[in-house]
Design a protein around this ligand. Sequence first.
Ligand code: FE2
Length: 297
Amino acid sequence: MNTFRHVLLCISVIPNLLIGLLTDEQKQSYQQNGYLVISDFFSNEACDTLRHRAAELVNDFDPSSTSSVFASSDKQIIDSYFLGSASNISFFFEKDVWSADGSLRLPKEYCINKIGHAQHDLDPIFSAFSRDPKLEELTHDLGINNPLLIQSMYIFKQPYIGGEVSCHQDSTFLLAEPDTIIGYWIALEDATIENGCLWAIPGRHKQGLKSMFISDGISHHEFVTLDPTPWDEENKVPLEVKKGSLIVLHGYVPHMSFANTSPKSRHAYTLHVMDASSHYSELNWLKRPQNFPFRGF
Ligand code: FE2
C-alpha cells in the first residue's frame, strides 16, 4: 500500500475509534429531541432476512391457539397469553379481524398486529439481528454501559388493517429506576405518512413520565396517572424513514402512529434496552422467570 492510501485509511478509521458511532451533533440532537433518526443502519439484506423469518413464524403459527388482540398501547387485552409473551414468541391480532364463528376474516398474515416479546432471546435469527455489533456500539454510545435486552416486537402494520397506536411513552410499560430505557425502532420497509410512520413530540421527554402501567402478573393491571396534562400533540412531527433506518427513542419521548390506510405494509422491529445498573421494577407487566433472565448483547 502506498503511503498516501495508508494515510487516508488511518484518517477514515481513527475518528470512529475516538468518538464511537455517533457524532456530537447526533448526541446533542438526541438529548434535545428525545429521538434520533439514523439512516442506513441496517442493510436491505438484514431487513429482508428478518422479514423472511417473521413470515416463517407466522406461517407456522396456528391462529386457533389464541385470539389475543393488540388494539393500541392503552387497550391491550391483558390475558394469560399476553402476560406469558414476556418469555415467549407470541402472536397478537388487530382488532376487528375475527368473524362471529371465531375464524379470521382474512388470511392470518394480514390480520397479525405483532409478534412479541422474547424472540430476541428465543429465535437465532432474531437474536443475531438484535445483537448486531453496531447496535451494541450504538448502545454504549448512548451511555448504556452494561446493556440488557428487555423486549422485542415485530410490528406488521398491514395495508388497510394496521391500526393506530395512540400517543404514549415506552417507559410507561417498562419502569426502571433510574430510568435508562431506550427503544430502537427499525424500519424493515420504508415508513411514510401514508403507511403509518412514527410521529414524536420533540423535547417532551424532558417533562417526565405521565403514567405507569403496573401489574401483579396475574389479575391486577392498572394505569397509574402521574401527570394528567394532555400531550401537545399538535406539535408532533412525522418521522418518515427509509428501509434500514433506525430511530432511537428515549423512554420518555411521546410518540404514536396513525392507522395504515395505504396499500403498502409498514413492517418494523423494535427492541428495548436498559442498563443493568438500573432496578427493573417488579411492577412491570413483563416478568421473566428466574431461569430466563434478561441478557445483554
Ligand atoms: Fe412505543
